[in-house]
Design a protein around this ligand. Sequence first.
Ligand code: MG
Length: 295
Amino acid sequence: MTEKNVILIVDDVVVNVQVLVNLLKDNYELKIATDGSRALELAQLEPIPDLILLDIAMPGLDGYDVLAELKDIKVTQNIPVIFVTANTSIEDEERGLNLGAVDYITKPISPAIVKARVDTHLKIKLQHDALVYNASHDQLTGLYNRHVLVEEGQRTFARAKRQEEDLCAIILDIDHFKRVNDEYGHLVGDKVLIHVANVLKNNMRTEDFIARFGGEEFVLILENCDAKAAIDKAELLRKAIQNTQTEGINVTASFGICELKEGHETFESILKDADTALYKAKQSGRNKVVLFRGV
Ligand SMILES: [Mg+2]
């Protein structure tokens, strides 16, 4: 069973709320706010709404204020907002749409029209979410893809530099992966990639970032983590990969680590040094962890 989509209903008049609740309660999970501040709270609390029905005339923060704030908050800025309002003037509608509302419904509402518009905007929203997901994730393993890695790397790098915090990057590569593909075929090779990705996911802190870099290479970004802690982490992952199997196949992986130092001017330069360390790990026998210590 798929989970119900979540709709946040915002209106200061209880009767109006009740009408919408009766209309939508069977098909959606509903959250209700009777003022603007509560609406902003509920919009940011899990489950994050998939759509918001927003009244305009309310004491305190009105619907325009709420929408403007929603657009400023990262987790809420892409939630479609439909104004449901007694303001019937063209100017009001124009203002609402210009602020970024996806639709504008006037009271008294027609139940069939509300339902139809809610369905349409939810459909568009879910398609949008799927596009965003597919553009940012590796299809096979579900990890972030290289594109997100570059963005996240730059962002993390800038913050660590500014705040003088520790930062490490680990790049790991499955040893002799080509042999797996050659010997067992690509489908089994894919299963090995998924398995290694899961081992990484299961052994990471939630704040750690993992991406599939390409082929059989993965990159980890560890914030607030010094070289020693990164080595420990990589050793843990190395053993976890070595000690588990999928499809009856054991693989190992080699790890290169680089810690942010004075000389690093970009995230790419850290990654490049981590890659040099990985190369050394491969050259010196594989299934090991090497820390970059300058060239
Ligand atoms: Mg009102």
